[in-house]
Ligand binder design. Structure first.
Ligand SMILES: Nc1nc2c(ncn2[C@@H]2O[C@H](COP(=O)(O)OP(=O)(O)OP(=O)(O)O)[C@@H](O)[C@H]2O)c(=O)[nH]1
Ligand SMILES: [Mg+2]
Length: 453
């Protein structure tokens, strides 16, 4: 998400390192470059100004920390300031002392409110809450239907309303009643959006706020709209009083400046970022981790969390043992592929790791859903012996497997090649002496099977 900014900052640090001793002159030059990089990433100019001033002051006036080299000290200062700019600590969701807590989801049209409402419900359910949703968007004909489809897919409760309930306030009132009666502890209220902030929308949101007394008013901002997102967040905050923001579409090629500005401009924290259209593509926003990600130090913590959440730890351990002992068969390869589906895109996982060592070349690796389906079909068409020992798969067998799986011999060849490469790569990164093995100790990587080259 912050690729360009990250690349630029890393270059600045690299140049500094080459300088040996840090002087006022090269510090100035570095700060200039950092400033440009931030502005180019679309960070609000006032935020940039504050940031540069703070770094400068600390860097010039610092006491000498003997444990760090001058460059490392600068990196540390930049990192600390960036964490501060992003909000220092992870901002947690506030709940009421007496359930149900109400979260009002607000924002402009198309920013991702409905999607985020469903994602949040899923997130809360995983955190052992009992959420219920309601859409009070009575203006767009399909709006309520959209949320109810999402709710059904997620098997999470939603208050659908009756045909008589055509007003947002009526729907909200009944939904809260339903929440009480069914023992749900958080009510998520998806509201209507408008193209522009107008009085009508604000009046409606204010009366919802008055009625429901929400503990969270989350402003949903579309990262792709850059500074406009920051501006409308600010305006919503002034008129309604938001308690936090969800920045969506951070998976797109947004420059990320909004993420870095929202906190400083509105004074309200970024609580979540949306990383895709699927219900699991929501991440809690951790200022420290994001700062590290931007500065290119990788984000092992997020990665570990993500992996742990979706992977059966035992099978991951078993897989690693197999890799180390060279027992990683085609059947395992297929199972890993299936696991990958659960994890979300490989790209999003790789984005969280430091781009060094063997991982560097994988930056653009992508596994398509259809690719996974194909691989599963091919492996399923093999005999048990073939799956256990790929060496016996000769030309005749390849033809038979292709036919059986409805693919081509070329596909089978590709798969075998990918499998061989994966074995090699996995050994180098997860093995005891490998890249991740060394770094993460007991942490096990679930698997990163075949990528198109
Ligand atoms: N790539 C990506 N797409 C997203 C994300 N969040 C939402 N979207 C997409 O953005 C579009 C609009 O999302 P909605 O959730 O319907 O937005 P909304 O704010 O409820 O829209 P209105 O109700 O019309 O105001 C949909 O196509 C979503 O799939 C995200 O984090 N990443
Ligand atoms: Mg909507």
């Amino acid at each position: 998400m912050f690729d360009t900014l990250s690349d630029k900052l890393q270059r600045v640090f690299k140049n500094l390192r080459g300088e040996g001793k840090l002087s006022e002159a090269n510090m100035e030059a570095a700060l200039r470059e950092i400033r440009v990089a931030l502005l180019e990433a679309d960070v609000h100019f006032r935020v940039v100004k504050q940031f540069i001033e703070a770094v400068k002051e600390k860097a010039m006036g610092q006491e000498v920390l003997t444990a760090l080299s001058p460059t490392q000290q600068v990196i540390k200062i930049v990192r600390d300031e960036m964490v501060k700019m992003l909000g220092q600590h992870q901002a947690r969701l506030r709940t009421a002392t007496e359930p149900p807590s109400v979260f009002l989801i607000v924002g402009l049209q198309g920013s991702g409110k409905t999607t985020s409402t469903a994602k949040l419900a899923r997130y809360l359910a995983k955190e052992k809450h009992a959420p219920i949703m309601v859409s009070v968007d009575v203006y767009r004909p399909a709006a309520r239907k959209q949320l109810s489809i999402l709710a059904k897919d997620l098997k999470l409760p939603i208050y659908e309303g009756t045909p008589e309930e055509a007003k947002p306030l009526d729907l909200a009132r009944s939904a809260r009643k339903e929440a009480v009666q069914t023992g749900r502890d958080i009510l998520l209220v998806d509201t209507a959006g408008r193209l522009h902030i107008d009085d009508e929308l604000m009046t409606e949101l204010s009366s919802l706020k008055e009625l429901l007394n929400p503990t969270e008013i989350l402003f949903v901002a579309d990262a792709m709209t850059g500074q406009d997102a920051v501006k409308s967040a600010d305006e919503f905050h002034k008129r309604l009083g938001i308690t936090g923001a969800i920045l969506t579409k951070m998976d797109g090629d947004a420059r990320g400046g909004a993420a870095l500005s929202i906190r400083s401009v509105t004074g309200q924290p970024l609580k979540f970022v949306g990383m895709g259209e699927k219900p699991d593509a929501l991440e809690a926003f951790h200022p420290d981790r994001v700062a590290q990600r931007i500065l290119g130090m990788g984000d092992m913590l997020s990665l570990i969390e993500k992996v742990e959440q979706s992977i059966d730890q035992k099978s991951a351990e078993e897989m690693q043992r197999k890799l180390i002992e060279d027992e990683f068969t085609l059947a395992d390869f297929r199972d890993q592929m299936k696991q990958l589906r659960k994890l979300g895109s490989l790209e999003s996982i790789l984005g969280m790791m430091p781009q060094v060592g063997p991982l560097k070349d994988l930056k653009n690796a992508k596994v398509e859903e259809s690719e996974i389906t194909k691989i599963v079909a091919i492996v399923d068409s093999m005999t048990a012996r073939e799956r256990a020992n790929h060496m016996i798969i000769n030309g005749a067998r390849r033809r038979r497997i292709a036919k059986g799986s409805g693919t081509s011999v070329q596909d089978v060849n590709n798969l075998l090649k990918q499998y061989a490469q994966t074995r090699k790569m996995m050994k180098s990164i997860t093995g005891a002496g490998g890249f991740l093995g060394k770094r993460l100790g007991k942490f096990k990587l679930p698997g990163m099977p075949g990528f198109g080259q």
